[in-house]
Write a protein that binds this ligand. Structure first.
Ligand code: FAQ
Length: 312
C-alpha cells in the first residue's frame, strides 16, 4: 500500500515532473539514487587509471594532449556526479572511503588491463560508446540534478568516442601489419567486457523494475545492450575488423544483430572482486590520496599563514 506522500510522488514521476533535492521522496528512491550515482562517480574516477597507464607512452604529442584532455574530462564527470550525489544527503568522503575499503562497486570494465596503445582506441570507441548509449536516457532521469549532469557528460563522451575510433582507424589505414593486429587484439579483449557494462540480463537485474517505475532508468539493461551492439557492428565492419563472437549476425526478421551468450560467470566473478586489476585500481586510488597528503597539508598551512598575516 502506498502512503499519500508516496502516491503523490509517483504521480509526479508519471507526469514527467522532475524531482528536486528539497522535494519529498521515498527512502528507497533516495537510496537507489545514491547507490547508482556513487557507483557511476567511482567508475569515472577509477576509469581514469587504465588510460593514465598510457599517457607517458602516447605515440605523438597530439595523441598525448587528446588523451590527457579525455582523462581530465573523466575527473570532471566524477566531481559532477559526487556533487549530484551530495544533493541526496550522502557524504562524499564517506562514499569514497567505502570505495577504498572495497565495499562498493564500480564499473566492471575498469578492472581489465590496458596492454597496448590500441587499447586507448578500443576504450574510447567501445567503452565510451557503451557509456553514451547508457547515459543518453539518463538525461531524462526523474531526479533533476542527475539528469542535468548527464547533459554535459554525454557531450564530452561523444568527443571521447570519436577520438577513440579515430585512433583505431588511423592504425588500420596507415599502420603496419603489427599495428593492425594490435587493433584486432584490443577489440578481442574489450568486446565482451563492453557488452557486460550494461549490467546483468533483465531477468537477473534485481534493481531494474523499481528503477524503471521511478523513471531513474528508462530502459532495461538488455535493450540498451542491443542498441549499442546494433550501432557498433557497422562501425566494426568499416574498420575492417571482426568481433570475437562466431554467433554475431544480422537478423533480417528482428532488424537487430543476434549475438552469442555473454559469459556471466566472468561478470559476476569481476563483481565479487576476482578480476585482473580490480584490487590494483583501488590500491592506486588509495596511494594517490596518501601521496597527495603533503600537498593538502601544505595548502592548509599556507592558508593559515595568510589568515594570520591578514589579522596582524
Ligand atoms: N559493473 O540490478 P542491476 C563511465 C551491479 S561508464 C559493476 O541491473 P542497476 C565512462 C549493479 O550496480 C561506466 N557492477 O543494477 C567512462 C547492482 O549492484 P548493487 C559507469 C555492475 O543499477 C568511460 C547489480 O550489479 N556508468 O564511467 C555492473 O539497476 C571511459 C545488479 O544490477 C554508470 O555507472 C557493471 N557493469 O543497473 C569513464 C552508468 N552492472 O548496487 C572512463 C549509471 C550492474 O545492487 C573511461 N548506472 N552492476 O550491489 C546505470 O545505468 C546502472 O547502475 C547499471 C546497472 C545499468 C550499470
Amino acid at each position: 500500500e502506498m502512503s499519500p506522500e508516496e502516491r503523490h510522488f509517483q504521480e509526479k514521476v508519471d507526469a514527467e515532473v522532475r524531482i528536486e533535492p528539497k522535494n519529498w521522496m521515498p527512502e528507497g528512491y533516495r537510496k537507489t539514487l545514491i547507490r547508482q550515482i556513487s557507483q557511476h562517480a567511482h567508475s569515472e574516477i577509477v576509469g581514469m587509471l587504465p588510460e593514465g597507464n598510457w599517457l607517458t607512452r602516447a605515440p605523438t604529442l597530439k595523441r598525448k594532449l587528446q588523451l590527457m584532455a579525455k582523462i581530465q574530462d573523466e575527473a570532471g564527470h566524477g566531481l559532477y556526479l559526487y556533487s549530484a550525489m551530495e544533493t541526496l544527503g550522502a557524504d562524499r568522503d564517506e562514499e569514497i572511503e567505502k570505495l577504498h575499503r572495497g565495499e562498493v562497486k564500480f564499473s566492471s570494465i575498469f578492472t581489465y588491463p590496458t596492454l597496448t596503445w590500441a587499447d586507448m582506441g578500443a576504450i574510447g570507441w567501445l567503452v565510451d560508446g557503451a557509456a553514451i548509449v547508457n547515459q543518453v536516457p539518463l538525461q531524462r532521469c526523474s531526479y533533476g540534478p542527475y539528469a542535468r549532469a548527464m547533459i554535459r557528460v554525454c557531450k564530452e563522451e561523444s568527443f571521447h568516442q570519436r577520438q577513440g575510433y579515430e585512433i583505431l582507424l588511423t592504425m588500420m589505414r596507415e599502420g603496419t601489419d603489427e599495428q593492425k593486429a594490435m587493433v584486432q587484439d584490443a577489440i578481442n579483449r574489450f568486446w565482451w567486457p563492453s557488452l557486460m557494462m550494461f549490467g546483468p540480463s533483465d531477468a537477473n537485474s534485481p534493481n531494474s523494475a523499481q528503477s524503471m517505475a521511478w523513471k531513474i532508468k528508462r530502459h532495461g539493461n538488455d535493450e540498451l545492450r542491443q542498441r549499442f551492439l546494433d550501432q557498433t557492428v557497422p562501425q566494426l565492419e568499416f574498420l575492417g575488423c571482426t568481433a570475437p563472437d562466431p554467433d554475431l549476425k544480422w537478423n533480417e526478421e528482428t532488424g537487430h544483430y543476434d549475438f552469442g551468450e555473454i559469459d556471466w560467470q566472468e561478470f559476476f566473478d569481476v563483481l565479487k572482486g576476482h578480476s585482473p586489476c580490480g584490487i590494483e585500481r583501488i590500491q592506486q586510488r588509495k596511494s594517490a590520496i596518501d601521496e597527495g597528503q603533503w600537498v593538502r597539508d601544505a595548502a592548509v598551512a599556507y592558508a593559515r599563514k595568510q589568515e594570520q598575516k591578514a589579522k596582524n
